[in-house]
Design a protein. Structure first.
Length: 446
């Protein structure tokens, strides 16, 4: 590979020869001097060239200097190039206190002179040209934060001896029900489905004796939603643990996981997030507040909002209202909503013998649900009956019931949407902004 220095390394170097590579952000072509702002994946630096113009009297000029000046004059925004020149520290230079006097400029790939998007382009237009949209420093930071967040998740789990699994995304039957599934032809005479959740395979790992597992992987939902928080393909963050006493053990693990990850983001990116997103990363205190669903509905009602849903669950505005209450009352961005009725939960959620409610929770972050977690029902006879109550046929679930016919430990876990966490952490209004390439009902490209 070509030896190159990253822009964020320049300040630590002594004055002298240097080579940097990146793309052209702006060109200021003045009569006596030319400035180019070159950006790479770590930052931007000012390049300078004393302009050599053809003499008005026709006298001879330095051919190489004329050629360099002409080359810079015709640089288009987005052109990728390598510059070799002299690094100089100068506190007067606002961009990092350094600049590079251009000695040689080699174009790797020239850009067309007019870019198809601008700073004021709408979201759909920017998504059409996502590879250009992502060149912005702000967007670059989103995915650095995502990297730190995922690394912190993995480190937390690996340090505690969890096993990472990679469950299949092609399935022979529905993972939880026949709803919201993408189907595809599988070698002619078979139908396969894209997994909407690794749920069944996470539980299989528990009966296989793995104890504690996690997975960060794609999931698919054939849900024709056009909201700011839904996608047809997304990254799901999942964990499952054995030998729990209740869903509280799962919730305690998750809140500790999030506290650890948010601290990692704050430590590494806090200052830059504050600069580019105008907000401070708040590391959540634990334990997070917990509110039973029935109580949450009463609180929302007391705030003057009537939830229109008839199934007893919160709607998006209800989630915002209860989260506002928690922020006002506890100064907390997170809240666990607990004790859901079985009618609005999956058939495999364990039920409390005294109350009949499920041992489950939803986790809300800044007014948006990011997680469903629960203790799972591990007794096969109870599990089969609960599936029948939901109208789910044994023919599609028999392979799943087999997991529990040969012994199973008490276990539970959660699934969490990575993009939703990132969106809310950075104060963005849509998961489109924090998804590398978004997939929704009307978007399959780029």
């Amino acid at each position: 590979m070509t030896e190159r220095v990253l822009v964020n390394q320049l300040k630590g170097l002594a004055d002298g020869p240097v080579s940097v590579s990146g793309w052209v952000e702006t060109v200021r072509d003045q009569k006596k001097v030319q400035f180019v702002i070159l950006r790479d994946e770590t930052g931007a630096v000012q390049l300078v060239n004393p302009a050599t113009r053809p003499a008005e009297d026709g006298s001879e000029q330095d051919a190489a200097a004329l050629a360099l000046t002409d080359l810079i004059s015709n640089l288009a925004t987005g052109t990728f190039l390598t510059v070799r020149g002299e690094l100089k520290h100068d506190e007067r230079v606002k961009l990092g206190g350094v600049e590079i006097k251009i000695g040689r400029l080699d174009i790797a790939a020239a850009a067309l002179p007019e870019t198809p998007i601008a700073a004021d382009s709408g979201m759909d237009k920017r998504m059409d040209w996502r590879f250009l949209d992502l060149r912005q420093r702000r967007n670059n930071l989103i995915f650095r934060v995502q990297t730190t967040l995922e690394h912190a998740f993995r480190s937390y789990w690996i340090d505690r001896d969890y096993i990472e699994v990679h469950s299949p995304k092609l399935m022979a039957s529905a993972s939880e029900s026949n709803a919201e599934l993408f189907s595809l032809e599988y070698f002619g005479d078979q139908t396969a489905y894209l997994a909407q959740s690794p749920q069944f395979f996470k539980q299989m790992a528990q009966v296989a004796g793995f104890g504690k597992i996690f997975e960060i992987a794609p999931a698919f939902r054939a849900d024709p939603s056009f909201t700011s928080r839904h996608a047809t393909e997304f990254t799901s963050v999942d964990a499952e643990i054995s030998w729990i006493d209740s869903h509280e053990d799962v919730a305690a693990m998750q809140e500790e996981l999030l506290q650890t990850a948010f601290q990692a983001v704050k430590d590494k990116h806090g200052a830059e997030i504050e600069e580019l997103f105008g907000l401070e990363v708040r590391v959540p205190a634990i334990p997070f507040p917990r509110i039973p669903l029935a109580e949450a509905r009463e609180i929302v009602k007391s705030r003057g909002y009537e939830i229109p849903r008839t199934d007893g669950d919160l709607d998006p505005e209800g989630e915002r209202q209860i989260s506002a209450y928690v922020e006002e009352t506890y100064g907390h961005q997170f809240v666990f909503i607990t004790d859901y009725h079985p009618e609005i939960r999956a058939f495999y959620h364990m039920r409390d013998e005294e109350t009949g409610l499920t041992k489950s929770y939803d986790l809300l972050f800044n007014g948006v649900e990011i997680t469903t977690g629960a203790q799972r029902e591990h007794r096969v006879d109870v599990l089969i009956e609960q599936a029948k109550e939901k109208g789910l046929g044994a023919e599609h679930l028999d392979f799943y019931f087999d997991f529990f016919r040969y012994g199973a430990p008490p276990h539970g876990g959660f699934g969490m949407g990575l993009a939703r966490v990132l969106m809310l952490l950075l104060g963005e209004s849509s998961i489109r902004e924090v998804t590398y390439l978004f997939r929704g009902p009307t978007r399959l490209a780029p």
